[in-house]
Design a protein. Sequence first.
Length: 258
Amino acid sequence: MNQYSDGLSEVLLELSSFILSEENLSTTLQRVVELSTRIVTDSEAGVLLMENGRPSSTAVSSDLVNELDDMQRQLGDGPCLTAIRGGDVVKAPDMTDEQRWPEFAKAALDRGVQSMTCFPLVVRDSSLGALNFFSASKDAFQNERFEIGGMFAAQAAVSIHNSQLYLNSVKLAEQLKEALESRAVIDQAKGILMEREGLDPDAAFGMLRSASQNLNLKLRDIAHQIVDQRSASDGHKSDGHKADGHKPAADRVTESER
């Protein structure tokens, strides 16, 4: 395996370094595919991930792989899905003799694919998906090529998993920020209604909630309207101008209660 060792080390180093700089999972998966075809040469490759028990996110090196992935999804079976479901490497060294997925094997042969090897992407006994290699030659993934593909897939599984965790944490942080901002503007709107209508906090929130339902608007949008209207009104007063003829948002909230 000496002839592959330098190239493998370089690719694995690049794989481990780029993941957390990517903007989304699709970009990450596409980079994994590009690196996999660099180290396992003369092949096409694709990543097929599972979401909620169904094959979903994909990245491919060519339209050929995309067509065969689509066929597997339509059939509900194939070497890639078998690798994902079983968590074991699936070899298909000669599609002309393949009996496990006859319809898929025919489609692969029709498109010039003679052999495949599918590596499950497993992290902590959980199968995330599969890294799949396609070749126009029979028995294309043997010996060093098979070992290299397996080592790359093992590292790719960890990197993809870390990318998913990172992107999910970013999404959660954004949702938390939005929730805190919504809470702040809702509290402001409650204060305005408490002052204007002489309500206690619970009653003011109840008025906002009822207005949200009656006006078919989100609670934070109702709150934003009230806060913006108060800011505009205060601005007019400080400038010595009268407010325009538009009905204040707080009035709309009050009327929705009637």
